[in-house]
Design a protein around this ligand. Structure first.
Ligand SMILES: [Mg+2]
Length: 192
């Protein structure tokens, strides 16, 4: 086998391996509303970046009472927040105004640019920032590459569009290997 083929195969393997590590969340939790935020503040986190659709409310839904109360609580604890969405400005701005948060629309997740912009807006670093979202291939992949600790939530609405359903199938494989790795490491949720 030519050396170049061997190298390209090895490179491909390394790329896949790095990619899969970047797809693993730091922690998984059922809902953004059951995260122990005070503990994260005590750990030194000062800013939280949120996905909106299916993380805080159903896709396209306006801010509801529990979202408004969550952001009130986060401000009380001392957190800065940014809503990071690939959606258009009218959708993102109206939600952000209702909960009282900074926002970035058309963020281009999984590009790291939106995450970096969000940290700049909050005046935080990757070490002092937390990300919360429901999708591995956009939310988690981007945040991991930006060096931010990630919390993967379950989607609020199980009925999703066909392109998201297909991504969920792929996510299932990633989560299966993540859970295996977690089990083998025996270190709880902090797998990186
Ligand atoms: Mg989402």
């Amino acid at each position: 086998m030519p050396v170049s083929v061997l190298f390209s195969r090895y490179g491909y393997y390394i790329t896949l391996k790095n990619m899969s590590n970047n797809l693993y969340p730091t922690t998984e939790i059922a809902s953004a509303f059951s995260i122990p935020y005070e503990s994260y503040y005590a750990m030194g986190k000062r800013g939280i970046i949120y996905d909106i659709d299916n993380t805080l409310v159903m896709h396209g839904a306006p801010a509801d009472k529990r979202s408004i109360e969550l952001f009130e609580k986060l401000r009380f604890i001392g957190f800065k927040t940014v809503l990071l969405s690939n959606n258009k400005e009218p959708r993102v701005k109206s939600f952000a105004d209702d909960v009282g948060s900074l926002y970035v629309y058309r963020a281009g997740k999984p590009s790291v640019k939106g995450y970096e912009k969000a940290m700049k807006m909050m005046g935080t670093t990757p070490e002092t920032t937390l990300f919360v979202g429901d999708q591995i291939f956009t939310d988690i992949w981007g945040a991991n590459r930006a060096g931010i600790d990630t919390i993967l939530t379950e989607p609020i609405d199980p009925r999703e569009e066909i392109q998201i359903i297909l991504k969920r199938r792929l996510e299932w494989f990633v989560l299966r290997s993540y859970h295996r790795k977690k089990k083998n490491c025996g270190k709880g949720p902090e797998v990186k």
